[in-house]
Design a protein around this ligand. Structure first.
Ligand code: C5P
Length: 227
């Protein structure tokens, strides 16, 4: 079963709350990212925390600081939280250990491998030899071995990661566009059904829902497509 996460990319908490309420019947979770969190902080998250929340903060620092960051947001009870796999094993393990303090209701730790905005040339310039997919797989294995519960990945990586890693990891997948939808700045997309069939655990969909004339109907259509 694949679930739907709506990405609420706004700095306006009232708009976020209105969107959250409108799409609640069709979305299992809401994603709040850096933009929302830096503008509104924990109080902003609390405003809409009657829904499970995916806090997409992509933490990346020394292990002690990342652990402190995770502990600081545990009172918000996020269901999912992102860190950068390139922070290394000790940082990932520290994030997981800090999350464990919340017990059974702890946030699941998701690792971001290679940012999809990095093409092969840009990745090479950061010192990574070899292809992007190879680096995605290397960081994915490292993250899971260090205690990450899952990964954020591009739709075009889902099959490769499922083949290599099995059914265990949570795979959270942005870059989703319903057939015929405007792609915006997303270059490599799959439709909701294609990504679900490839093995995604959660689909992250932003503008096709939030910029629709009727966000509730747009979310319901996507939920129906993956049901
Ligand atoms: O509007 P759209 O559906 O493109 O939004 C996708 C969401 O997923 C945005 O919040 C974006 O920041 C996020 N995301 C992404 N690609 C990644 C990682 C995160 O689009 N590789």
């Amino acid at each position: 079963m694949t679930g739907l996460i709506a990405a609420i990319d706004t700095t306006d908490p009232q708009r976020a709350r209105a969107l959250a309420t409108a799409i609640a019947p069709s979305c299992g979770m809401l994603k709040l990212g850096l933009e929302f969190f830096l503008a509104n902080g924990s109080d902003g998250v609390r405003l809409i925390d009657d829904r499970p929340v995916f806090l997409d903060l992509k933490l990346h620092d020394i292990p002690n600081t990342v652990a402190g960051g995770v502990r600081a947001i545990l009172p918000l009870r996020p269901a999912l939280l992102t860190i950068h796999a390139s922070g290394g094993s000790a940082m990932i393990a520290a994030a997981r250990e800090a999350a464990e303090a919340a017990g059974a209701e702890r946030p699941k730790i998701l690792a971001v491998t290679v940012l999809t905005s990095l093409g092969s040339e840009a990745l090479h310039a950061t010192g990574v030899a070899g292809g992007g997919r190879q680096q995605v797989l290397r960081l994915a294995r490292l993250a899971l071995a260090a205690g990450a519960d899952g990964l954020v990945c591009s739709p075009l990586e889902v099959s490769m990661l499922r083949d290599a890693l099995g059914e265990g990891p949570v795979l959270v997948v942005p870059g989703i566009r319903p057939a015929g939808a405007d792609k915006g700045d997303q270059a490599r997309t799959l439709t909701p059904r294609e990504a679900a069939d490839a093995g995604a655990t959660w689909l992250v969909v932003g503008r096709p829902i939030t910029a629709a004339a009727d966000p509730a109907a747009a979310a319901a259509a996507i939920a129906a497509e993956i049901a």
